[in-house]
Design a protein around this ligand. Structure first.
Ligand code: THG
Length: 796
């Protein structure tokens, strides 16, 4: 048997196989049919497809299991059995001469907060699939065409739980973002934290367009690259979707990825064995060498949408300390009653003041940390992009928090406390979470630099023995109070310096230094300046402290990490000695004060109170809808279009608006006889994707439409009949696949044949303007916000 892990380190670039969907269709797969279930009935066609790709030069094959997860296969299919069968079939064709990769695509169901599944449930779904793939003889697991960071992370975690096969993760991006708001670089950072073996892009577009995305990834990409572009962009000809990039052109363009660190290159939609033949010919002279990142980072902490690099030449970061009940009665009381309003307000204040990461500590008497820490982390991640630092003395609370995080949150902390490294270290490695290493062991605090470094080295050895990668470790230099331990400050600086020499990023709980002394902010700021000079990468503090932020801003200029002093000038151009201000970043009021603001911020828990007080003040229900809810959601739509907001925020705002609207709706019918335009929504026959359609439905409801949602996989006759029955002026159709979008034309025809007035609008990942024109639809939309605009235009 060949060993794929060995292949990863040799000098060869391996041609992958090409697309199966389009190929199988040309060999009899009926449009709209699941290629997985069809493959069970027609194993010879699948065998032949594998064999043809092999004959074309593919050195790695992909199993026919892309939609082989339980939600995709539907009831009555044994998931593990199915995947084992398909993997064994590919293995049989491959023999010992080429590798087999087990394909794991998206489930079509969202993980919370956007959908019903927990991360753990998603992991279990993938485990059933990957167990079969491993048993069937795969050489590696290949997560592909994913668009949600949490979901692709779940594939990696599932693979780790059931086998020790190498893992390749490949996402698909559109306009520089994945569907749920992850950039190519944040994807790279999060996957490198997980230690996957290959990181890639597939689908999305043709080789030329994908090149730009790879450029974005290259900034910090160290892992071997995998690329599977489409045969150009989809175009429509005579009712069929075609990809026009021919084999020779495709092969030539795609082979260029070898120069960008690609280990494996293949094709996605529209590619054929001929494409792979041309590609493998071009790759014969190519050689693989690992990509040198333009700006490597010793550590990166991520959320679903943001990366915060730490150490090396990157600027220092403030870890906001305020979400911590110690010494705060109101926060303690609120957390004890399971409420998050104060904590959320503190998050917003700290982000506005410049925190790059938020420490989250819910440790107080009568608080169940293992429930509250994940609960608050989820609430924070729904509203803010800023990555989190999970801070607890209770390992079970950290563990629960890690299981709800889509990206790579920071863990605070792992000390030398017995059992702590053994319990949390491997968990951090498995879930790709960086952690703070706290040099405390036994009862006596290490005071001198030598004592601290000894503990640090011991803990590092322990981490190495557990197989924890260094990229996940940040050292806490351990700030002790200078009033009781005068030598402690200098010891701290020495530790920072030493860690910098070792290439390890550092942090510290800054305010400890000045405990028991007057003018604490002055001491803190001075100590910060000294520590930055010694090479400190981050510090835990209150970002609203003016002197601290001043010291940092000035320090970054002096250390040459603020090119052209741009940030400094932006924040401090009007600075006066002693002004002590936060340097530009105005501290916003944290609680929403108007209904509109509540919608914009997605303040789901505040909106009802605000609506009530509006009503009490005598405002008309109609005015609250027209002057608050609607302008609020419009603003959210604009932010979404400007890419300031992403899908999670859009949905949270829509939910907030819905809550407000449900309260006002009964009052409205009395004072206005306005009829709400009706729209029939459906995903077309053969297509079982309904995430996009459900988002559109939610947004339309929020803009005053009556939505009749027919669900997914709906035959054209049923859609036309519903439009007729309901007298609806609008029909909205969704299709995700190139193979099912052609069903939209049947609906347009049906509407025209029945003589209905209804306008048909269409949407979906592969829909284009020319397709819309070709089938005679009345309009197309690229996303939920555009769909609402279009629906309004068409009913105006
Ligand atoms: N290293 C690491 N983690 C840490 C620390 C550290 N976490 C906790 C702590 N030290 C850093 N966090 C805080 C949080 C709050 C305060 C100080 C440090 C604080 N609270 C005020 C009080 O107690 O009175 C309340 C002030 C307010 O309202 O903000 O000062 O060293 N790895």
């Amino acid at each position: 048997m060949p060993d794929f892990r060995k292949a990863l380190t040799d000098g060869r670039v391996y041609p992958y196989d090409g697309g199966y969907g389009t190929l199988l269709q040309s060999r009899g797969l009926p449009a709209g049919t699941s290629p997985e279930l069809w493959g069970l009935q027609e194993p010879d066609v699948i065998r032949a497809a594998h064999a043809d790709y092999m004959a074309g030069g593919a050195a790695v094959l992909t199993t026919n299991t892309f939609g082989g997860s339980a939600p995709k296969l539907g009831e009555g299919v044994d998931v593990t059995d199915f995947n084992r069968t398909m993997a064994a079939l590919a293995r049989e064709v491959a023999g010992d001469s080429v590798f087999v990769s087990g394909a794991v695509g998206p489930t079509g169901v969202f993980v919370e907060p956007m959908g019903p599944l927990t991360f753990r449930e998603l992991v279990d779904i993938f485990k059933a699939q990957i167990t079969g793939l491993a048993q069937g003889g795969c050489d590696l697991i290949k997560a592909e065409t994913h668009f949600d960071l949490a979901e692709i992370k779940a594939v990696v975690v599932a693979a780790r739980e059931v086998c020790d096969l190498p893992v390749l993760t490949s996402m698909t991006f559109e306009g520089g973002q994945s569907l749920t708001g992850t950039s190519p670089l944040t994807f790279v950072d999060t996957m490198q934290n997980l230690g996957v073996d290959l990181i890639g892009i597939n689908c999305s577009a043709g080789p030329e367009q994908i090149m730009e995305t790879v450029e974005l990834m290259a900034e910090r990409l160290e892992t071997p690259l995998h690329v599977q572009p489409n045969a150009g962009l989809p175009e429509l000809e005579g009712g069929e979707t075609v990809f026009k990039l021919g084999p020779e052109e495709f092969g030539k363009l795609s082979s260029k990825f070898a120069e960008m660190g690609a280990k494996t290159i293949g094709g996605c939609c529209g590619t054929t064995p001929d494409h792979i033949r041309a590609l493998s010919e071009h790759l014969e002279s190519a050689s693989f060498s690992r990509n040198q990142p333009r700006r490597p980072a010793p550590m990166v902490v991520t959320s679903r949408g943001l990366s915060v690099p730490l150490g090396g030449d990157y600027p220092s970061q403030v870890i906001g300390e305020r979400i911590n009940p110690t010494g705060k009665e109101d926060l303690t009381a609120e957390l004890q009653s399971g409420q998050f309003n104060r904590a959320l307000a503190m998050a917003e204040e700290q982000i506005d003041a410049g925190a790059g990461i938020l420490d989250v500590n819910v440790g107080a008497a009568m608080v169940e940390e293992a429930e509250l820490l994940p609960g608050l982390s989820k609430a924070l991640a729904e509203r803010f992009q800023t990555p989190l630092c999970l801070d607890s003395t209770k390992p079970e609370a950290i563990e629960a928090g890690l299981w709800t995080s889509p990206g790579s949150p920071l863990v605070n902390s792992i000390s030398g406390e017995p059992g702590r490294m053994e319990r949390l270290g491997p968990l951090c490695a498995k879930l790709g979470s960086p952690f703070i290493l706290l040099p405390i062991k036994g009862k006596k605090l290490p005071v001198t630099a030598a004592e601290r470094l000894e503990v640090i080295e011991e803990l590092l050895r322990q981490a190495d023995d557990l197989g924890i990668p260094r990229r996940l470790i940040m050292v806490d230099a351990l700030v002790l109070t200078v009033s009781s331990k005068p030598e402690a400050a200098k010891a701290c600086l020495e530790v920072v310096q030493k860690c910098r020499e070792w290439g390890l990023p550092t942090t510290m709980g800054l305010s400890n230094i000045s405990f028991g002394l007057p003018a604490r902010e002055l001491l803190n700021a001075t100590f910060l300046s000294m520590s930055l000079g010694a090479g400190l990468s981050s510090y835990i503090a209150n970002p609203s402290s003016g002197p601290l932020m001043e010291a940092r801003a000035a320090g970054e200029v002096l250390l040459g990490r603020d090119p052209g002093a741009e940030s400094f000038i932006a924040g401090y151009a009007d600075w006066k000695p002693g002004s002590g201000g936060s340097g530009g970043a105005a501290v916003k009021k944290a609680k929403a004060t108007t209904v509109r603001e509540a919608v914009v911020r997605g303040a789901r828990d505040e909106v009802l109170d605000l609506v009530e007080s509006g009503l009490e003040e005598g405002r008309e229900p109609f005015a609250l809808v027209n002057e608050e809810l609607i302008p609020g959601i419009m603003e959210v739509g604009e932010k979404y279009e400007r890419k300031e907001y992403f899908l999670p925020q859009l949905m949270l705002s829509a939910e907030t608006m819905q809550k407000g609207f449900e309260r006002l709706e009964p009052l409205l019918e009395k004072d206005s006889a306005e009829v709400k335009p009706k729209i029939i929504l459906a995903t077309v026959e053969g297509d079982i994707h309904d995430i996009g359609k459900n988002i559109v439905a939610l947004m339309l409801k929020n803009h005053g439409f009556t939505v009749v949602d027919l669900g997914k996989d709906v035959p054209a006759e049923d859609i036309v009949a519903a439009a007729k029955r309901e007298g609806a002026p609008l029909i909205g159709l969704s299709a995700l696949m190139t193979t099912t979008m052609v069903r939209m034309e049947d609906v347009v025809k049906g509407v025209r044949d029945e003589g209905l007035e209804a306008k048909v609008l269409i949407g979906g990942a592969v829909i284009t303007e020319s397709f819309c024109e070709r089938i005679g639809a009345d309009g197309w939309a690229t996303d939920a916000v555009a769909a609402v605009k279009l629906a309004k235009q068409l009913t105006a």
